[in-house]
Design a protein around this ligand. Structure first.
Ligand SMILES: [Zn+2]
Length: 83
């Protein structure tokens, strides 16, 4: 699914003309409204919010082994408590 940006003035779909990756968690999007009677151009920020399921890269081998022995429900409870 791609991100659909809407104009905050007229609610028409806007086109992302350019994007700048400020960091892995923060992008700046330069948008132009597709409604010719509006023509609003604006900047949106796309930011990382939070983790739902952590990256395997964040775990030691020992932690991964423990996680593997948990069922899905136990994993979900664990990560919910960390959030
Ligand atoms: Zn517009």
């Amino acid at each position: 699914m791609s991100v659909r940006i809407r104009c905050d003035r007229c609610n028409e779909v806007a086109t992302i003309q350019d994007s700048v990756e400020e960091s892995a968690k923060f992008k700046t999007l330069y948008c132009t409204c597709n409604n010719p009677e509006c023509g609003h151009s604006f900047v949106m920020h796309l930011t990382f919010s939070h983790t739902l399921s952590p990256s395997s890269l964040d775990f030691t081998a020992e932690m991964l082994e423990k996680l593997r022995r948990m069922n899905r429900q136990q994993q979900r409870e664990l990560f919910a408590s960390l959030a």
